[in-house]
Design a protein around this ligand. Structure first.
Ligand code: COA
Length: 259
């Protein structure tokens, strides 16, 4: 069974995280599957909108921590060309057609930051968003160091990115990260309905409107993704990150007293 399900119907390509037993944490192969699907959707006239969804209990626990540990143990920091996560982020940030997301349960790390690159976001009332990069000895990615302060205001972004504490669906609604909060069992269906509404509209007008809304930001966002990826690659190999990853695997609290 593949960890990313791809299904196209009524002009909507639906991408479903399907690794629930690992809380939909995202491996390199999953990032590549997402990037491949988005690249094919961009050029496929039968796809007019993309929907990204998880399960009613979990959106995504973020990057697979086992993969982080492997990258941290490598002799040199990975180059951007070797990073399926950065390929995915660059692809979704530049994706020309509308993207809708349906988020229920935890949305950790990239599970939250990928939402900055979606156009419409629907959340179950059980959604818990978090960007706990600092708690893992890491730094923001997906241009979230730029986009979170812009969207939330600096102080609320600092709370989310420096404290790294989860915030619930209603708070996400208040800061503008989500459009509507709905019952978790209805969320994927509501998001699908909205995606189909978009798919029924003239695609050229949709794409041009999205391009215009993002025009002043596109180059800046891509530049920030590159700058963050260098910091992230270095941070991943730091003693703090190694301690955080090991503690997660050993199901204990990290001890940062010596790092
Ligand atoms: N990478 C790899 N495995 C992960 C994972 C991740 N990001 N998140 C969860 N898992 C695994 C757990 O190790 C556990 O494996 P096990 O059954 O072998 O013990 C399994 O998925 C279930 O996770 P668990 O933590 O028991 O579920 P939970 O419902 O108690 O908590 C989360 C769910 C998402 C809150 C919690 O799993 C979590 O915080 N995950 C890590 C998130 C993270 O730090 N991601 C990186 C962000 S940059």
């Amino acid at each position: 069974m593949t960890d990313i399900l791809v299904h196209t119907e009524a002009g909507v390509m639906t991408l479903t995280f399907n690794r629930v037993e690992r809380k939909n944490s995202i491996t390199g192969a999953m990032y590549d599957a997402l990037s491949d699907a988005l690249e094919s959707a961009a050029g496929d006239t039968d796809v007019r909108t993309v929907l990204i969804q998880g399960d009613p209990t979990i959106f995504s626990a973020g990057n697979d921590i086992g993969d982080f540990m492997k990258a941290a143990a490598a002799p040199a920091a990975p180059s951007e060309a070797d990073s399926p996560a950065i390929r995915f982020l660059r692809t979704i940030a530049a994706f020309p057609k509308p993207v809708v997301a349906s988020v229920c349960g935890p949305a950790v790390g990239i599970g939250t930051t990928l939402l900055f690159h979606c156009d419409l976001v629907y959340a179950g009332d059980n959604a818990a968003f978090s960007m706990p990069f600092v708690n893992l000895g890491l730094v923001p990615e997906a241009a979230s160091s730029l986009l979170a302060p812009q969207m939330f205001g600096y102080h609320r972004a600092a709370e989310a990115l420096l404290l790294g504490e989860p915030f619930m669906a209603e708070a996400a609604l208040e800061v503008g990260l989500v459009n509507r909060v709905v019952p978790p069992t209805e969320c994927n269906g509501i998001a699908q309905t909205q995606a189909r509404k978009l798919a029924a509209k003239p695609l050229s007008a949709l794409m041009e409107t999205k391009r215009l809304m993002k025009l002043s930001q596109q180059a800046v966002v891509q530049e920030r993704i590159g700058v963050e990826s260098v910091s992230f690659g270095n941070a991943m190999r730091s003693p703090a990150a190694k301690e955080a990853f090991t503690a997660f695997m050993e199901k204990r609290k990290p001890d940062f007293s010596k790092v």
